[in-house]
Design a protein around this ligand. Structure first.
Ligand SMILES: Nc1ncnc2c1ncn2[C@@H]1O[C@H](COP(=O)(O)OP(=O)(O)OP(=O)(O)O)[C@@H](O)[C@H]1O
Ligand SMILES: [K+]
Ligand SMILES: [Mg+2]
Length: 680
């Protein structure tokens, strides 16, 4: 979905946004944005004045109606520009929602009835708990979990990724999404959602902004802006009697609009929407704007070792016998322990054994009981019908198992384990019964460029913690090589949870990624929980973001996007307020020089007339909004650096820029309208 539309604004989006700018003039809608609402009220007042200049009393000046009309038009344009900014930001999401809706229409399902027969029903009638059968070539009718079967699924309607993915019963690849297509085999699926709550429905709501609520930060900023607005309303109101009617109502309204923070008021929601949109274009679904903001504030990043920091394709590269055992004996035991182990590690043991000339047929072991690998036991293997137990697993888990049977592990086990671990490899101990035969050396390498990325994160002030089920020595080697700040080894899923809680107790915001059901509690506990799309339903429900590409390293980019959102908002707020202050100095002297001639000394801008000063400022105030739309949408260019140097740099750039820009622009506009003869 997301990848196809990389353009910032397409023609369709702009046309729709232009129309929406007028729809959004509805005061019932605009009242949610106090700053722009005040501008709209000002517009209504000057509109009435344009019709009857003395409706509120006072005397009619020559040329006043023309002036009032011009002010009215500029005020209307100001509001429209603000609406346009928001509409453009929403536009891309709406276009995406339209294409997602197409994936939803008119699906039928084969639902299992009471009698056990399958009957064809519309997908919209499916309920949580229903069982459906999907045949090759059919669309999967609802979100659910595979109960039976294994097949490849085309998820491009949702992920935009054309390569099919494998989905099957059990394990962490069992969840399927409604609206995707089964390309091979047959699946029996249990429906996990009621109508309207599906992943696709949620995505449509999200990209469309229908469920968008102001985030706590946005709310705080809105209150601040409303407060500033109120102050200026009071200030301008008290000016009125001082001016003894010499300053017209339209001028006072124009002055007010110039002083209140219209720029950030107009762009605030566009910045937030664009931030979520950037995440979506990155094929990550953020369930709320709050999640994206939290990503920007993250202090601690928890990352898995295998597959995140390392390539993750851990392959067996050596068999290391211990004690009195030979390599051949070791290989045989290792192969039996791996016969039905479908993990990459398990398959690679079989492959290496074949290279060494040892091959055993699965068919001879159909009576055996397969013991799947789990992150809790950190072992896998086979129980034969004759009662013999074959296992391979983490050396500490295996050692504990052996010692529980009152046996001692061979003396050379520790020394050989250390050798592998110090090289950054994962040692797996292999046992038959309680007898340790030796080690499998699993090789894994750190992904290229990891060191640089962690250095960037450090510059942003983010601590990275590697969390792994591997032994402390391997963990230390990989941690050093990759350049993470800290690590925990021999970690079980619940240790991640403990780590998150400890960090949070220190006042830190924590981000993590995960895919398994046992990651779900930690994903829910983390401030940013990025669930993999291939993961279980529980994980996807617990996290506040879902990565459609299932790439755990994306957490790093998500944090950068969040930071960029916060920085963009800060930069435009600084610019907006600096602008307003500068406008104050530019136009106030020009206006009051009429009343108090000694103010002439302050009139450094030498604008043609009070009216042209006001109009120039008002025009600048309006056009700065569309000029900043691209920045609001794309975000301020972000370089990793510490928060303080970032703050200083932005204050300098956007603060100083915001002070200087209006002086130059207003002077230029004043010259232009003077040249055109509108300055009176
Ligand atoms: N297929 C397997 N059979 C037996 N033991 C395994 C298997 N795969 C991994 N192990 C062992 O279990 C340990 C824990 O594995 P787990 O997948 O939980 O963590 P990890 O992959 O080492 O680290 P990370 O949490 O970074 O992914 C591994 O370090 C390894 O010693
Ligand atoms: K303003
Ligand atoms: Mg793992």
């Amino acid at each position: 979905m997301a990848k196809q539309s990389t353009q910032t604004m397409s023609g369709d989006i702009v046309t729709r946004a232009l129309w929406d700018s007028f729809v959004k003039l509805d005061p019932r809608f605009l009242v949610r944005n106090p700053v722009m609402f005040i501008v709209e009220i000002g517009f209504f007042i000057t509109l009435v004045l344009s019709l009857d200049p003395v409706i509120f009393g006072g005397v009619r000046h020559p040329g006043q109606r023309a002036y009032d009309i011009v002010v009215t038009i500029i005020l209307l344009i100001t509001v429209l520009f603000g609406n346009f900014a928001e509409a453009v930001a929403e536009g891309r999401g709406k276009a995406q929602a339209d294409s997602l809706r197409k994936a939803k229409t008119d699906l039928t399902a084969n639902r299992k009835s009471q009698s056990g027969e399958y009957e064809s029903v519309p997908a919209t009638t499916l309920r949580k708990g229903d069982i459906v059968r999907v045949m090759v070539g059919e669309m999967i009718p609802a979100d659910g979990e595979v109960l039976q079967g294994l097949g490849s699924v085309d998820e491009s309607a949702i992920t935009g990724e054309s390569a099919p993915v494998i989905r099957g019963a059990g394990g962490d690849f069992s969840s399927v999404t409604g609206g995707t297509k089964l390309l091979s085999d047959e699946l029996i699926i249990q429906v996990k959602v009621d109508p309207g709550e599906s992943f696709l429905d949620q995505m449509i709501n999200l990209v469309e902004g229908a469920s968008r609520q102001k985030t706590p930060n946005e709310l705080a900023l809105s209150v601040l802006l409303a407060g500033l607005t109120l102050i200026f309303v009071i200030v301008v109101d008290t000016l009125e009697p001082m001016a003894h009617g010499r300053i017209g109502i339209a001028t006072l309204i124009a002055l007010l609009v110039c002083l209140i923070p219209t720029t950030i008021g107009a762009l605030l929601s566009a910045i937030g929407i664009a931030g979520m949109d950037r995440v979506i274009r990155f094929n990550v679904i953020a369930k709320s704007g709050k999640a994206v903001e939290a990503a920007g504030d993250v202090n601690t990043l928890i990352l898995d070792k295998t597959g995140t920091i390392t390539i993750g394709n851990r392959l067996a590269s050596e068999f290391v016998p211990v004690g009195k055992h030979t390599e051949e004996e070791l290989i045989k035991v290792a192969v039996i322990a791996s016969l039905f182990d479908e993990t990459p590690e398990g398959r690679s043991v079989i492959d290496l054994a074949k290279e060494r000339g040892i091959h055993l047929a699965r068919e001879e072991y159909t009576q055996a009981e397969n013991v799947e690998f789990s992150a809790d036991t950190r072992m896998s293997g086979l129980n034969l019908a004759d009662g013999s137990i074959y296992r391979k697993g983490a050396v500490d888990s295996i050692s504990r198992y052996v010692e529980e049977h009152a046996k001692k592990v061979p003396n050379d086990l520790i020394e050989k384990t250390e050798r592998i671990a110090k090289e950054g490899g994962t040692p797996l101990a292999v046992i038959l019964g309680d007898d340790v035969y030796g080690l499998i050396y699993l090789k894994d390498i750190v992904k290229p460029g990891m060191r640089e990325r962690f250095a960037e994160l450090r510059k942003m002030g983010i601590k990275t913690v590697m969390c792994t089920g591997d032994n402390p020595l391997t963990a230390a080697t990989i941690a050093k090589e990759a350049g993470v700040d800290d690590f925990i080894a021999e970690a079980k899923p619940e240790d991640k949870m403990r780590l998150i809680k400890t960090e949070q107790e220190l006042g830190k915001l924590v981000a993590m990624s995960g895919d398994g059901t046992n990651d779900a509690p930690a994903l829910a506990q983390a401030d940013v929980g990025l669930a993999m799309n291939t993961g279980t339903m529980a994980a996807k429900e617990a996290g506040n973001m879902v990565d459609l590409d299932s790439d755990p390293t994306k957490l790093i980019e998500v944090v950068s996007i969040g930071k960029q959102l916060l920085i963009t908002r800060g930069a435009i707020t600084t610019f907006s307020i600096a602008n307003d202050v500068a406008k104050y100095f530019a136009i106030i002297p020009a206006i009051f020089v009429v009343m108090i001639p000694s103010l002439q000394a302050l009139n450094i801008m030498h604008l043609t007339s009070p009216h042209s000063a006001i109009l120039s400022a008002l025009i600048f105030n309006a056009i700065i909004i569309p000029m900043l739309i691209p920045l609001a949408m794309k975000g301020v260019k972000y370089r990793p650096m510490s928060a303080t140097s970032m703050l200083l740099r932005n204050l300098l750039l956007y603060g100083a820029g915001g002070v200087i820009a209006p002086f130059i622009a207003i002077k230029l506009i004043d010259l232009l309208i003077t040249a055109l003869g509108f300055a009176h």
